[in-house]
Design a binder for this molecule. Sequence first.
Ligand code: FAD
Length: 371
Amino acid sequence: MRALIVGAGVGGLGAALGLRAAGHETVVYEQAPDLREGGAAVTLWSNGTGILAELGVSLEGVGARIEVLEQRDHDGRLLLSVDVGRAAAHYGHPHVCLPRRRLLERLAQSVPQEVLRYGRRCLAVEVGEAAITFEGDERETGDVVIGADGRGSAVRQALWDHDPAEATGWVTWQGVTAIPTDITGSARGVMFVGPAGLCGLMPAGEGLLQWWFDQRMDPAASRPSSPLAMLREHFGGWAGPVKDVLDAVSDQDVGFFPHVRHPVPRVWGKGPVTLVGDAAHSFPPTRAQGANQALEDAWALSAVLGVGQGDVAGALRTYERRRSPKAGFVARSAGREDTNKYRPWMTRFMPDGLVSRFYVHWLGRASDYLR
Ligand SMILES: Cc1cc2nc3c(=O)[nH]c(=O)nc-3n(C[C@H](O)[C@H](O)[C@H](O)COP(=O)(O)OP(=O)(O)OC[C@H]3O[C@@H](n4cnc5c(N)ncnc54)[C@H](O)[C@@H]3O)c2cc1C
């Protein structure tokens, strides 16, 4: 079987690895001239790291293990400490935070280079023919087309004829920078919450700190000319490490990531065409599951296409129906943006031990891979 994959992000590269392992000829078409290594860091939970290990992708020497997640008030007072290491031990796979570019490098190194075709932008898909038209009027045909082309997916456009993304009214300002704080070299992620929003800090390995600020923002509003000045105004009086970040970075370091969510239908493909990752189900990064759910898709898709090629369309609908409940659960959880909301009183009802146990359960609910 010849599988044409559009997009060399986490979902597309993961699907390429899985489908090649299942014995299929696979080509990945990426619009950019090289790997798109932008973005800050990503957190891979036990579901993501377990699937990567199964795909033969090593994370040795990159990223930082995450064992504890803390929630603190904006003045630094500890509200909640969650032992997420408990879930890692339960499922037998670690949680790792690493720069997005490191994850893409590791995935791309595991795929033979001739599989990756850069500078090929998909413009249209003929669904019945499993054919793709690229910029420059080139056309390729295969047995199956997999749209792994992210939030603004051209493949989804061909299937659904509309973009279902809705802005949630929240945005992230973020980066990954070498900033020496007591969190940088630890196994501890800390979320500071306050009336202005949330500041999250996570170690990302190599002396790097992932930092992000989540804020409400009218989707129609224009971005401030100096995001840093705006962040300093709103978060400048917060606890020590938050102030350290705002002192250490410049406007050039501040990336912008607006939050959107999709409704997740039961079936998201047609005939020999399907979707993986953000193309199928974009959601805000509040549960840090974007890359993990893309890997879950890649793993599930490879499993259904690995068992026989007779009825490709039937296998693709099976994959979508299997993945839809878990991807939909994560999309709804993340779409609520509740981790960003300032409700410190809620932590009074949440003993640390209970939340740590609940997280084991939550991760299992979010995953088809973890048993
Ligand atoms: C540059 C970038 C930065 C990001 N930063 C963050 C972040 O900081 N935090 C976060 O939570 N998530 C971020 N994400 C999203 C995160 O990577 C995804 O949620 C997750 O990894 C799932 O990825 P995906 O493979 O489904 O989609 P993506 O990671 O979006 O990858 C899609 C790929 O498809 C390519 N593509 C798009 N359209 C076409 C086309 N028409 N033809 C050919 N190729 C196409 C894109 O160039 C891209 O390489 C970012 C994505 C990108 C592309």
